[in-house]
Write a protein that binds this ligand. Structure first.
Ligand code: NAD
Length: 710
C-alpha cells in the first residue's frame, strides 16, 4: 500500500489497485497544486507493479468525489504566465493518468465538478451513482474561467461538440442518468455497489470508444469543416447576444474548443492553457471569484455571532399564493422539510400544491429526479384551512396579503396555535418588522424573511431582525433559509430593507428617462447591455405597476422625496395597466402580442403624455439609472441597513441581478473610483436636482481616496 497526504493505493486480491482520495481536514475533496507530486509518486509505484490489471479512482469522502479545484491558488498569480503554468500542471497530471497502459476507472459519488470531472474524463471509464448528490459538470465559466486541465478537449470527444459547448458555456451540471445518456459516464449504479461495479469495469480492459451517435444534421454540423464553421459561428452569435460581450470567458472557450477540433489535442491543450492564464488575469474573473469566496464565507456565518441555530423539523406557510406556494416548494424540495400550508380557502391550497407539482413534473421529465423522489417531495407538502397540524411547526413563514392588521392577526394566531418557541417569519415586502411584532406576546420570535419572486429561482433572501428579535431566532432563520438553498443576508429593519430600496431608485430613474422621451425598448436595451438580466421597464411590467405604486409612497414617507414615483405613472393605473398580470403594460401581452417577439404597446406613450424622441445614448441612459442604485447602496451601508459592502454586493447580485462580472455595487464603485462617482452625481444633481445628491459616506470616501475593499 502506498500513501501520500491525500491519496492511498491499495492492491486487491484480484490485482486491481484502488486509489482513494481523501484530503484531511476538509469536508469535500478539492484539487490542489501539491497533488502533481503526489500523483507522480503514486504513478511510479503503479508502473513498478507489473501484476496490476486495472485501477479504480474513488473518493474517501462520504458524499463528494471532487468538488473542483482550489481556486484560491489563482489569487497568488501575478501574471498570465504564472496562471498558465497552473493549467499546464493539471494537464500534464491528467495526461499521465490517461497514458497508463492499464485501465483506470473513476468511481463517482457526489459532486464531480471542474477539475474533478477533468480528472474523471482522463480515466478510461466512469461509473457514477444514481444518488441525487451525484452531479457532473464544468462550472469554470461561472468564475470567468475555462476548464484549464484538458476539459475543453476531452468533453467534446465524449459527448459530442454541441453537448460539450452547451455544458462548458453554461457550466450546467448533469445528474448521473443525464450524464449516461450524454455518454459522459458508462454505468449508473447504486452507491452500495459502486466499487464493485468499477472494479468489474476495470477488469474488462480499456473500453473501445465508439464515435458519439449523432443524427444526420448532427453529423453534418460536427463532422464536416463546413458544418463546424456554422456551428461555431452560431454559438458565437448566441453567446454574444446572451452576454452582451460583457464576459470574455465564453468567447475564449469557443476559440479553444475550435482549435482542438481543427488542429488536434496538443494544439487544443496549448490554446487551453494560454487562454486559462489570460482569463485568470481579467477583472471579470477577479470579480466572479471574489463573489464565490464571499458566498463560501457567508455559508459559515450564523447571522448571530456564536449562537447556534435550532433544528427545524417542520415548517408551516400562511398563504398559498404566488409567494407562499414558492416558499412551500423550496422547503419541501430543497430543504426536505415537511411543510403545512394554511390558506383561507381550498383554492389557495390547491394552487400551491399544483405549483409544486408542475415544477417537480418538469424536473422529472428532464430526468433530473426519479418518480419516487418526486412523490416523496410532494408528500412533504400538505394543506389546511384551519390551524390543524400547526402545533409542532418550528417556523411559520407568513405570505398573506400585504396588510399590517392582517399580519398582526397572523402573529396572534400563531402564538395561540403553536409552541412558545415557534418562529414567526414575515415575507412582507414593505412593512417594518417592528410594526408586525408590535402586538406580539413573544416579539423575540418575530423576524422578517423576504424572498424574491419566483421563489424557486431567485437565490437571495433578506433576513430582517427588528430590535427585539432574539439571536436564536436570527440564527435558526438563517440556517432554515440556507437549507432551502438560499443565500441569506441579514439586514436591519427599515423601509424597503436593502434590495427593494436600491431597486426602487433605479426604477424611478428609468421612469424619469422614459418621461423625458426615451423609448421603452431603448431603455431596456441599455440596461441589458450594461449587464442586467432584464431591463427596468420589462421588470416593472413583470413585478406589477400596481405593486410599484404601492411601495413608492411608503418609501417616500420613510426615506424622502427621492423615492416618489413620477406622478404620470398614476395615469397608467387609471388606464388599467398593471403590467403582465393584467396583460396591459408597457409591452404587449396576450392576443395583441406577436409570438416570440417582445413589442412595446405604443399606446402607453399617449397615456403618459410623452412623445418618444431619443436623445441620450445607451451609456448615458444606463449610467443615470445605475448611479442611483450605487448611491443608495452606499446610503444603506452608512445607515447600517447592510452590515458590510460584501453583503450589499451579494444582495444586489442575487436579489436584482446586478451584473456579477462587476462584482456588485461596492466592487464596481471601487473600480470606478469614489471620486469619479461623486463628480458624476454632482453633475447630474446640477441638472436634475437633489435626487442625485451623493451620500455622505461616498463624499467622505472620495475625499480620503478610500475604497470599500482592500
Ligand atoms: P398572493 O395574493 O398571491 O397570495 C396571498 C395568499 O394569502 C392568497 O392565497 C390568500 O388567499 C392568502 N391569505 C389571505 N389571508 C389569509 C389568512 N388569513 N390566512 C391564510 N391565508 C391567507 O400574494 P403574494 O404575491 O404571494 O404576496 C404575499 C406576501 O409576500 C405579501 O406580503 C407580499 O408583499 C410579499 N411579497 C411578494 C412578492 C411578489 O413578488 N409577489 C415578493 C416578496 C414579498
Amino acid at each position: 500500500m502506498t500513501t501520500t497526504n491525500s491519496f492511498s493505493l491499495q492492491i486487491r486480491d484480484d490485482n486491481v489497485g484502488v486509489i482513494t482520495m481523501d484530503i484531511a481536514g476538509e469536508s469535500m475533496n478539492v484539487l490542489k497544486a501539491a497533488f502533481a507530486d503526489e500523483i507522480s509518486q503514486l504513478l511510479s509505484d503503479i508502473k513498478a507493479n507489473s501484476q496490476l490489471k486495472g485501477l479504480v479512482f474513488i473518493s474517501g469522502k462520504p458524499d463528494s468525489f471532487i468538488a473542483g479545484a482550489d481556486i484560491s491558488m489563482l489569487d497568488g498569480c501575478k501574471t498570465a504566465e504564472e496562471a498558465q503554468a497552473i493549467g499546464r500542471m493539471g494537464q500534464q497530471m491528467f495526461d499521465q493518468l490517461e497514458q497508463l497502459p492499464i485501465p483506470l476507472v473513476a468511481a463517482i459519488h457526489g459532486p464531480c465538478l471542474g477539475g474533478g470531472l477533468e480528472l474523471a474524463m482522463a480515466c478510461h471509464a466512469r461509473v457514477a451513482t444514481s444518488d441525487s448528490k451525484t452531479v457532473l459538470g464544468l462550472p469554470e465559466v461561472q468564475l470567468g474561467l475555462l476548464p484549464g486541465s484538458g476539459g475543453t478537449q476531452r468533453l467534446p470527444k465524449l459527448v459530442g461538440l454541441q453537448k460539450a459547448l452547451d455544458m462548458i458555456l453554461t457550466g450546467k451540471q448533469l445528474r448521473a442518468a443525464q450524464a449516461k445518456k450524454a455518454g459522459l459516464v458508462d454505468e449508473v449504479v447504486p452507491n452500495s455497489i459502486l466499487l464493485d461495479a468499477a472494479v468489474k469495469l476495470a477488469l474488462k480492459g480499456k473500453p473501445k470508444r465508439e464515435p458519439v451517435k449523432l443524427n444526420l444534421v448532427g453529423k453534418v454540423l460536427e463532422r464536416t469543416p463546413f458544418g463546424r464553421n456554422i456551428l461555431f459561428s452560431q454559438a458565437r452569435k448566441q453567446t454574444l447576444s446572451k452576454t452582451q460581450g460583457n464576459y470574455p470567458a465564453p468567447l475564449k472557450i469557443l476559440d479553444v474548443i475550435k482549435t482542438g477540433v481543427d488542429s488536434g489535442m496538443q494544439a487544443g491543450l496549448a490554446a487551453e492553457a494560454k487562454a486559462f492564464g489570460e482569463l485568470c488575469m481579467t477583472k471579470e474573473s477577479a470579480a466572479l471569484r471574489s463573489l464565490f469566496f464571499a458566498t463560501t464565507q457567508m455559508k459559515k456565518e450564523t447571522g448571530a455571532g456564536e449562537t447556534k441555530p435550532n433544528k427545524v423539523r417542520k415548517a408551516a406557510v400562511l398563504g398559498g399564493g404566488l409567494m407562499g406556494g414558492g416558499i412551500a416548494n423550496v422547503t419541501a424540495t430543497k430543504a426536505g422539510i415537511a411543510v403545512r400550508i394554511k390558506d383561507i380557502n381550498e383554492q389557495g391550497i390547491s394552487n400551491a400544491l399544483k405549483y409544486s407539482y408542475s415544477l417537480l413534473e418538469k424536473k422529472f421529465n428532464r430526468r433530473f429526479i426519479s418518480k419516487a423522489e418526486m412523490q416523496k417531495q410532494l408528500l412533504l407538502i400538505t394543506g389546511t384551512t384551519d390551524y390543524s397540524g400547526f402545533h409542532d411547526a418550528d417556523i411559520v413563514v407568513e405570505a398573506v396579503f400585504e396588510d399590517l392588521a392582517l399580519k398582526q392577526q397572523m402573529v396572534a394566531d400563531i402564538e395561540q396555535h403553536c409552541s412558545e418557541n415557534t418562529i414567526f417569519a414575515s415575507n412582507t415586502s414593505s412593512l417594518p418588522i417592528k410594526q408586525i411584532a408590535a402586538k406580539a406576546q413573544r416579539p423575540e420570535n418575530v423576524i422578517g424573511l423576504h424572498y424574491f419572486s419566483p421563489v424557486d429561482k431567485m437565490p437571495l433572501v433578506e433576513v430582517i431582525a427588528h430590535e427585539g428579535t432574539s439571536a436564536q431566532t436570527i440564527a435558526t432563520t438563517v440556517a432554515f433559509a440556507r437549507k432551502q438553498g438560499k443565500t441569506p443576508i441579514v439586514v436591519k429593519d427599515g423601509a424597503g430593507f436593502y434590495v427593494n430600496r436600491i431597486l426602487a431608485l433605479y426604477m424611478n430613474e428609468a421612469a424619469n428617462v422614459l418621461l423625458e422621451g426615451e423609448p421603452v425598448e431603448k431603455i431596456d436595451k441599455a440596461l441589458v447591455k450594461f449587464g442586467f438580466p432584464v431591463g427596468p421597464v420589462t421588470l416593472l411590467d413583470e413585478v406589477g405597476i400596481d405593486v410599484g405604486a404601492k411601495i413608492s409612497p411608503i418609501l417616500t414617507q420613510e426615506l424622502g422625496e427621492r423615492f416618489s414615483a413620477p406622478a404620470a405613472f398614476d395615469k397608467l393605473l387609471a388606464d388599467g395597466r398593471k403590467g403582465k398580470k393584467s396583460e396591459k403594460g408597457f409591452y404587449r401581452y396576450g392576443k395583441t402580442a406577436k409570438k416570440g417577439k417582445k413589442q412595446v404597446d405604443d399606446s402607453v406613450y399617449s397615456v403618459l403624455g410623452v412623445t418618444p424622441a431619443p436623445r441620450l445614448n445607451s451609456d448615458e441612459i444606463s449610467s443615470r439609472c445605475v448611479v442611483q442604485m450605487l448611491n443608495e447602496a452606499v446610503r444603506c451601508l452608512e445607515e447600517g441597513i447592510i452590515a458590510s459592502a460584501r453583503d450589499g454586493d451579494i444582495g444586489a447580485i442575487f436579489g436584482i441581478g446586478f451584473p456579477p462580472f462587476l462584482g456588485g455595487p461596492f466592487r464596481y464603485i471601487d473600480q470606478l473610483g469614489a471620486d469619479k462617482l461623486v463628480a458624476q452625481l454632482r453633475n447630474l444633481e446640477s441638472r436634475f436636482g437633489s435626487r442625485f445628491a451623493p451620500a455622505h459616506l461616498l463624499v467622505q470616501m472620495a475625499e480620503q481616496q478610500q475604497r470599500f475593499y482592500p
